[in-house]
Design a protein around this ligand. Sequence first.
Ligand code: FES
Ligand SMILES: [Fe+2]
Length: 393
Amino acid sequence: MGTVTDAPSLVPALPGGYYTDPAVFEAEKRRIFERSWMCVGRADAVPQPGRFLRADVGDESVLVVRGRDGEVRAFRNLCRHRGARLCTDESGTVGNSIRCVYHAWTYGLDGRLIAAPNMRRIPDLVKEDYGLHRLRAEQWQGYVWVSLDPDAPPLAAQVEPQLADRLGGPAVLDRYGIDRLGTATTIVYEVESNWKSIIENFTECYHCPTIHPELTAALPQFRSGYGSISGGGGGAGATFAEDVEGFSLSGKAARPRLPGLLAEDDRAFHGIILRPNAFIILVPDHVAFFRLEPQGPGHTRVVVDWLFDREVMAADGFDPSDAVAILDITNRQDFEACRRCQLGMRSSAYRGVLVPAEHIIGDFYSYYLDALGGPPAASQQPGSAAGSEMGAS
Ligand code: FES
Ligand SMILES: [Fe+2]
């Protein structure tokens, strides 16, 4: 720290086309969302056999169903007959089987084709050949993660290096026992912004003193604009202001700390981004879990779950609103800033720069450009400024 180097203090941001060009978004679907493990929803959203949840991964609609055997399976949400989307709701119950509304081909909860009208007159329709397309699914931190890539390494290979980088390893996250918590509140934000801007916003805190009075009152070190909302490495986290008892709008602590936490966690705030589509905030009495569903170059659905200890939730008088409020206000401040950037990035004159407090975003650029693996389309390389200077900061 404090060393004077020759490194430039301003480095170019990614050109605007990366955020606005539909060709880039198409490439991201193919090369990132359809190749990575994507968080698609909370496992307890499918508590019993026949319950389902649905999510978008790239161009695919993904159906997650709990089978009669209790196993959670993921399928392409696609009828093998003529392609009708099987489930259109976000979540719900299919009952004992998944029946297509068009011509009534019917699939078991394990994806096998079990019936089709006039099946005896269709001798070529071999049931074993026309089951739903199964996708790889894993459960981790109480969430279902799906990969469309049959060759992707296991989910652990995607998340563990990121955990090591931000929190020094899995120990901090494990203490919060996220898979044992219950969901008290879920808010879906339809954000008119590119998904990368949202991740970049979570990464830097240069904006915190300007747009987050509530957050910086609770966490004074964010007032400096330095550091990263998603953790500075080593697992230390940010510390509550002296007069703040809990991460809530009033600053009061209405609940005990989560079982499994240590005294050192009592006044700590941790944030961690798990690329490409999850972000977790850890505070003593609850966890907020963000899941991004990129819908287009300029539109991202952000689904945020506020998770609490189930016993605390069941007690009389449980009211999470104070805890939800501080983060909901902060989210809306962030997403409005992202929306404004989305508007500005369309300008032909846009040439953004990163200041030193934002150089950490260069790490995200490195990941992103590597994952993208080259120009999105031969004829449509967005802008020209992104290049070798991006990664080093
Ligand atoms: S499209 Fe599903 S049964 Fe025909
Ligand atoms: Fe922010």
